[in-house]
Design a protein around this ligand. Structure first.
Ligand code: ADP
Length: 178
C-alpha cells in the first residue's frame, strides 16, 4: 500500500528491513545499544561490526529517543537506532515513548539531510506492544510529522508478517479517512 501526503510517499510492505536501499533504516534498539535478537540482531549481522563499534562510542540512548550511526555494510547509508518502550499495561507512558522514538528518528533523518527512511514495527516483538495500538502511534506520528515537514520523500514501513502488514494497512486507511 502506498499513499502520498504533501511531498512524502508513505509505503507499507512486507519484507526484511536489512535489504532496504533507503538513506536510513531504523533499528528497534534497546537503551544500552547493546544489540540483541529480532530486528536488532538481524541489522547487526547484516551490517557488520562497524555499527556496534559506533554504538559503543555513543554508549546508550534513552527510551523514547534515537541515535544515528553508519550503515556499515548495509545498502542503507545510516542506521537510526530508535528505543521504543517495553509494553506493560499501557499506563506507563508507553504511547508517548513509542511516539517519541518515531519522532526522534524522523527528526534525525531530516537533520542529516536524508530523503528516505524505513521503519520496522518498533516495540511489537519482544517488547510486547499490541500491534494495532502500535500501528496507530507509528503511523499517526509519521503523518503528523510529514504534514508539517516537507523534507522527506519516502517513509516506508517494512513489516515482518502478513498479519502485521494487514494491521498497518487498516490503520493507515482509517487515519487518512479521518
Ligand atoms: P522490540 O524489542 O522493539 O519489540 P523486535 O526486534 O523484537 O523489537 O521486534 C520488532 C518487530 O520487528 C517485530 O514485528 C519483528 O517481527 C520484526 N522483525 C524482526 N526481524 C525483522 C527484519 N529482518 N525486518 C523487519 N522486521 C523484522
Amino acid at each position: 500500500m502506498e499513499i502520498v501526503v504533501k511531498n512524502t510517499t508513505v509505503s507499507l510492505v512486507k519484507g526484511d528491513i536489512t535489504l532496504e536501499q533507503t538513506d536510513a533504516i531504523v533499528n528497534a534498539a534497546n537503551s544500552g545499544l547493546a544489540g540483541g535478537g529480532g530486528v536488532d540482531g538481524a541489522i547487526h549481522r547484516a551490517g557488520g561490526p562497524q555499527i556496534m563499534e559506533a554504538c559503543r562510542k555513543i554508549g546508550g540512548c534513552p527510551t523514547g529517543s534515537a541515535v544515528i550511526t553508519t550503515g556499515g555494510n548495509l545498502k542503507a547509508r545510516f542506521v537510526i537506532h530508535a528505543v521504543g518502550p517495553v509494553y506493560h499495561d499501557g499506563r506507563h507512558g508507553e504511547d508517548k515513548l513509542l511516539s517519541g522514538a518515531y519522532k526522534a528518528s524522523l527528526e534525525l533523518a531530516v537533520k542529516h539531510n536524508l530523503k528516505s527512511i524505513v521503519f520496522p514495527s518498533i516495540s511489537t516483538g519482544v517488547y510486547g506492544y499490541p500491534v494495532k495500538q502500535a500501528s496507530e502511534i507509528a503511523l499517526g506520528t509519521v503523518l503528523d510529522f510529514i504534514k508539517i515537514n516537507n523534507a522527506l520523500s519516502l517513509v516506508r514501513f517494512v513489516l515482518f508478517s502478513d498479519s502485521d502488514l494487514k494491521v498497518y494497512e487498516k490503520t493507515l486507511e482509517r487515519l487518512i479517512q479521518g
